[in-house]
Design a protein around this ligand. Structure first.
Ligand SMILES: [Zn+2]
Length: 86
């Protein structure tokens, strides 16, 4: 899920959000193996800032994995807004 800023509380379940390192994936490709993210301790949702997503997309574009015109990021953000916990 993409957020405007770092969070302290999960907007989905209200659980505590803690800093963690998690791989950032685009489809099945790992873009950043250890991206620093905020992760909900209760439902496990990961929160990325717009800046983190932009950097990951830039890297993916350079690697030739992600092409902006394919609109993968739009699909991804749509998906994460409809996901309720895991
Ligand atoms: Zn949560």
């Amino acid at each position: 899920m993409m957020v405007g800023k770092y969070l302290k509380k999960c907007p989905i379940c209200g659980g505590a959000v803690k800093r963690a390192r998690a791989p950032y994936l685009m489809g099945r490709v790992v873009i950043e193996p250890k991206l620093e993210v905020d992760k909900c301790a209760r439902c496990g949702e990961e929160f990325y800032t717009a800046e983190q997503v932009a950097l990951a997309q830039e890297k993916a574009t350079k690697l030739g994995i992600w092409k902006p015109w394919q609109g993968i990021s739009i699909t991804k953000s749509k998906k994460s807004t409809t996901v309720r916990g895991r």
